[in-house]
Design a protein around this ligand. Structure first.
Ligand code: AMP
Length: 302
């Protein structure tokens, strides 16, 4: 079962109270691919500039990602820069330099169009539609988006929503998209827009799953140290989709499969903030992963 991700492959400059890291490997597709590793071939579609280090693509390949769909063109790689507040939750975006990403027209290699699982990471909804148009009936499609697209291109976003199975957003985005304060009502309204399953992420407070006649609240693991939370949302998506792919799930699968995948997403995402870039995720082993899952279950069941 193959997983296809289309999103940013980027350089991030991240500043925390303790440390600043310049131009480290980032981007939604990178985090997703490393998080989903070992759960099926992860095929990455994205674009990088001439400045992108070969070693960073090699790192993704070594984690089992197929990077042949990452096109290199003249120009600079997408660069995002952010500074975290002392609470390590709030952050200010200091710069978003699109570089070659501005002209990104995702082309899915013909052999990848039959991928069973598709994650449309946070890119312009018109590009997400362009990807969907090239696909050959994926078994499950999950979508991420952001406030920028909710504000600036709501029509295109609604067109994409009508064609996906799962939406992953944070609580602020769910409220902004629907104009509803209650997250339960917001999830119902989103389900009417298209995705029958809605995941609302609440950062260090965990995530809510609104499924088909089933609701689940999963707490976040309590971490000893938060080094860099960048990419935790995409890591959640990688763990979640990876679990669904490993289970061979489709849109008619039992709710239990999706509920279990929520735990996998949460356990996977918990490694991300423990290091800069994808370093926290790279430290995840079968053993440490199993311990996190067990700890998570212990937090939910007395
Ligand atoms: P998260 O912390 O889950 O919001 O993900 C942050 C990652 O998303 C960083 O690695 C950024 O490079 C990437 N990113 C930030 N803004 C955008 C954007 N507008 N489009 C695509 N990727 C972005």
């Amino acid at each position: 079962m193959s997983i296809l991700v289309v999103g940013s492959v980027a350089y991030d400059t991240v500043e925390t109270a303790r440390e600043k890291r310049e131009r480290q490997l980032g981007g939604s597709a990178s985090y997703f691919a490393v998080a989903a590793r070992g759960r099926g071939p992860v095929r990455c579609v994205g674009v990088v500039g001439a400045d992108f280090r070969a070693e960073d693509l090699e790192l993704l390949s070594r984690q089992g990602a197929d990077t042949t769909g990452i096109v290199r063109t003249d120009g600079k790689s997408f660069h995002w820069s952010g500074r975290y507040h002392a609470d390590m939750i709030e952050r200010d975006t200091l710069a978003t330099e699109l570089g070659v990403f501005a002209e990104f027209q995702p082309e899915i290699p013909p052999a990848w169009r039959s991928s069973e699982y598709l994650f449309l990471a946070n890119i312009h909804p018109a590009l997400q539609l362009h990807v969907l148009d090239q696909m050959d009936g994926p078994q499950l499609v999950a979508l991420d988006t952001m406030n920028l697209w909710i504000e600036t291109t709501p029509e295109k976003l609604h067109e994409v929503l009508a064609r996906v199975d799962i939406l992953l957003v944070n609580d602020g985005e769910a409220r902004q998209l629907t104009g509803l304060r209650s997250l339960a009502r917001a999830a119902e309204a989103i389900a009417r827009m298209g995705p029958k399953r809605v995941i609302i992420k609440k950062g260090e407070h965990g995530a809510l799953y609104f499924g088909v006649d089933s609701v689940l609240a999963v707490p976040a693991l309590i971490l000893d140290d938060v080094v860099d939370p960048t990419g935790a949302g995409d890591s959640f998506a990688g763990g979640f989709m990876g679990a669904l792919a490993a289970a061979g799930a489709d849109r008619n699968s039992k709710e239990a499969v999706f509920r279990q995948a929520m735990l996998d997403g949460t356990a996977t995402a918990s490694f991300c903030p423990e290091g800069f870039s994808v370093e926290g995720l790279l430290a995840m082993t079968d053993e440490s992963y199993a311990r996190r899952l067990q700890a998570l279950r212990g937090m939910m069941i007395p």
